[in-house]
Design a protein around this ligand. Structure first.
Ligand code: GLC
Length: 436
């Protein structure tokens, strides 16, 4: 840690000397040569396109606005991508495979960096970080390691997600919040129909990435794993099957929507803020959205708790997003300026206050305005959920791994496979995908 700090000034001198030697042309060690754009020497306004999934909060709009106001020579345009992370992934991969230079900056889901780095889709950020003396020790180390591949940093961590249980405080007293999945099932059944609700519980059970996150939580809460510490496929265990069985039981129950197998975050959070459910499993942004007077019918009626426990304990899936620069951007220097602003303290504060997103800069958890907007950030249950959050498998072929999980879990929810059969199929297919 300290070595990095010690080396920083030396690196800086090195960079400055290099710049001087090359007559101010800062073409770098990056293998794409003409990547810096031509704007530095002129007054021309550089236009950047920043792509990310649909933002149901006002955070992105505000970040772009503040950046554009303070950087008259760089103007960022926000390009909205599909909110489903898998669809968003495919849209980037199509554009990047075609070496499209249109998108300069984009958000990456926490499960993508290995793939994007290996495919050469994104620029490595080490030189920018050194040049600007950014101390990565200020960031959550789990998020930093998720953005690192082959020893290089490919994206800047923007926010961390961990699955949480949100409940209606007009229906559930704080002391009665379900502690286990069995208690949740009982309570959700009881509360369904009260105070105008249609459902007891909302989750994300469509065949997509969010289903993998919900499943990871069920599996881990019963002590199961998809891969063990050595990367070995261990999904066909009694513990994992118990977790999958509980996931299937909840998804097939009468207290979730009949079409829960079409629910992503968007469908579930919309139903929740319309007052349709007593409980929802979602990411931290749910709090901010539920208290947004312009959109929500349940303002001031929401509590947050750790997800219910299985026989092993409560488990949250680790999610989150980071921001990268496209390898094909013609304005990498300006792109870095925007990325630095958005993922630095100023930008992350806007994300936390306007978007309810949990910062990756650790000190922002002590910031009064951040805590006023998100009081539960200070709670032990939330901090524990963040610290203990369970990662999805890390692999450059993650989309293939995820697809195997999604397909078989969906079949189990549809009743086409028993949880045991689903676990066996996932085991065989994952072993093949991971050369085991
Ligand atoms: C959230 C998480 C992300 C996850 C996605 C699944 O956006 O931050 O990591 O993949 O949900 O839908």
């Amino acid at each position: 840690m300290n070595l990095k700090r010690l080396l920083m000034p030396i690196m800086l001198i090195f960079v400055l000397v290099l710049a001087a030697c090359s007559g101010g042309n800062d073409s770098s060690s990056d293998d794409s040569s003409s990547d810096e754009g031509d704007s530095s020497s002129s007054d021309k306004v550089v236009k950047l396109v920043y792509a990310r999934g649909q933002d149901s909060t006002k955070a992105t709009e505000e970040i772009v606005k503040q950046f554009n106001e303070s950087h008259p020579n760089i103007q960022v345009e926000f390009r909205e991508m599909p909110s489903d992370t898998g669809q968003q992934h495919d849209a980037y991969v199509t554009a990047l495979n075609a070496q499209d230079s249109e998108i300069d900056v984009m958000d990456l889901d926490v499960v993508w960096p290995a793939e994007f780095a290996q495919a050469g889709y994104v620029a490595d950020l080490d030189r920018f970080i050194q040049q600007d003396g950014i101390n990565m020790d200020d960031y959550n180390q789990g998020a930093v390691s998720a953005a690192t591949f082959n020893g290089k940093l490919w994206a800047m961590p923007k926010f961390i997600d961990a699955g949480m249980l949100f409940y209606r405080t007009d229906l559930v007293d704080e002391g009665d919040v379900p502690q286990t999945w069995d208690e949740l099932e009982k309570s959700a059944k009881n509360l369904q129909g009260k105070e105008g609700t249609k459902f007891g519980y909302l989750m994300q059970a469509k065949q997509y990435e969010g289903l993998v996150c919900n499943a990871v939580e069920f599996i881990a809460s019963y002590g199961g794993q998809i891969l063990d510490e050595n990367g070995k496929v261990v999904i066909n265990s009694d513990d994992a099957i118990q977790g999958i069985s509980k996931l299937v039981e909840v998804a097939q129950s009468d207290f979730v929507p009949d079409n829960v197998n079409t629910f992503t975050e968007t469908e579930s959070h919309t139903a929740f803020i319309e007052g349709q459910s007593a409980y929802i499993r979602n990411w931290p942004y749910q709090w901010n959205l539920a208290n947004d007077e312009e959109q929500s019918k349940i303002v001031d009626k929401v509590g947050v708790a750790p997800l219910p426990a299985g026989d092993e304990g409560s488990a949250a899936a680790l999610g989150g997003w980071m921001t990268a620069i496209s390898k094909y951007s013609e304005h990498k220097k300006e792109a870095w300026e925007f990325l630095k602003f958005m993922t630095g303290p100023e930008g992350q504060k806007i994300s936390a206050i306007k978007g309810g997103l949990a910062p990756t800069i650790s000190s922002l958890f002590d910031d009064k305005e951040v805590l006023d907007a998100n009081p539960f950030f200070a709670e032990e249950g939330f901090q524990n959920a963040l610290e203990g959050a369970v990662s999805r498998p890390v692999a450059p072929n993650y989309p293939e791994v995820s697809e195997i999980l999604q397909i078989n879990l969906s079949k189990a929810i549809a009743g086409d496979l028993t949880p045991k059969e689903a676990a066996e199929k996932m085991e065989t297919q994952l072993k093949k995908a991971m050369d085991q």
